[in-house]
Design a protein around this ligand. Structure first.
Ligand code: GLV
Length: 334
């Protein structure tokens, strides 16, 4: 029987490619992000599965160009780049990679929040530029993290992991806003208090944004929300570009209406709004919140397990561990 062909959309750990090669003919794109939809469609034509890294757009047009596709397995937790309904309609299994990156991503979100509050990168740039020749009582004086109020927008796994760091490690009162409230036992672990969105923005000293991107979440943090924030407050976005209105944030920073921001995700990334690049009180990183080697390997392994199972091989054939639309497998002929 012919082996199925799968495409890995960006270079990945050799061990993971070797593992997939035991069952499939594996094509690894080595030419960087297949951001051009036509290039991706050409490369994916004839493939039964995609292991998606990076966030190429997987939509109806791509699916129509690749009628043999049966599985799209992403190594990210966010899946706003994938049209799951279009996949389901065509019987294509979709999976993401939740759980394995929670703590690593929470570490990074917390680090970004601290870096913004304590003006870490700004002061490092000053030192590296050879401008350090004096000491002043207010030199790079920022905002305290310990004991200040942590505000979390979105309280899923990663939000809760950040809340634990703040409450248990830094003595921070935690407030949060989320569509659904945590159950009382989960709220009690971090003494978190649900508040409405305006209250979150008005009361928090440090706000961390961790909501998944959906059309409803577009610009959920814009001029109005930024206008409610304290002048001493910081905003950290590790969710997705587009949840925060980057232009409005650049204006708020430029006019000193908030103290600082830290961003790992951007609207239109890898492009970054010029106003953010020009601002001093902002820490900018290239979408790396989950990037520890151990976690990236766990994400890739989980995507590989999903791909194997969706294509009927591996230890749990037919049962991908983190499928988003498992119903398509039930509908497939045996
Ligand atoms: C990273 O942004 C992810 O969604 O895993």
């Amino acid at each position: 029987m012919d082996r199925l062909r799968v495409l890995v959309t960006l270079p990945l750990f050799d061990e993971v490619i070797d593992r997939l090669s035991a069952s499939f003919d594996v094509d690894v794109s080595r030419e960087g992000i297949l951001a051009e939809p036509e290039a991706l469609a050409r490369r994916a034509a004839g493939c039964a599965g995609l292991l998606v890294s990076g966030s190429p757009r997987i939509d109806a047009a791509l699916l129509d160009a690749c009628p043999g596709l049966r599985a799209v397995c992403s190594m990210a937790v966010g899946f706003n780049n994938i049209d799951v309904d279009a996949c389901t309609a065509r019987g294509v299994l979709v999976s993401n990679a939740p759980g394995v990156l929670t703590e690593t991503t929470a570490d990074f979100g917390f680090a970004l929040m601290m870096a913004a509050a304590r003006r870490l990168t700004e002061s490092e740039h000053y030192l590296r530029a050879g401008r350090w020749n004096t000491w002043r009582y207010d030199m790079f004086a920022g905002q305290d993290v310990h004991g200040s109020t942590l505000g979390i927008l979105g309280m899923g796994r990663i939000g809760q992991a950040i809340a634990r760091r703040g409450a248990l490690g830094f003595g921070m009162p935690v407030i949060y806003h989320n569509r659904s409230r945590l159950d009382p036992a989960a709220e009690a672990v971090v003494s978190a208090r649900w508040v409405d969105k305006p209250t979150l923005f008005a009361e928090a000293d440090h706000i961390v944004v961790v909501v998944p991107y959906t059309p409803q979440a577009h610009h959920m943090v814009g001029e109005a929300e930024l206008g409610l924030m304290k002048r001493t407050a910081t905003l950290t976005n590790i969710a997705r570009g587009g949840v925060v209105d980057d232009a409005a944030l650049a204006r708020a920073l430029g006019e000193g209406r908030i103290a600082a921001a830290a961003l790992d995700v951007f609207e239109g990334e890898p492009q970054v709004h010029p106003g953010l690049l020009a601002a001093t009180h902002v820490v900018l990183t290239p979408h790396i919140a989950s990037a520890s080697l151990r976690t990236r390997r766990a994400m890739a392994d989980l995507a590989a397990s999903n791909l194997e199972a969706a294509l009927g091989v591996g230890p749990t054939p037919g049962r991908p561990p983190t499928a988003l639309n498992p119903q398509v497998l039930a509908a497939r002929p045996c």
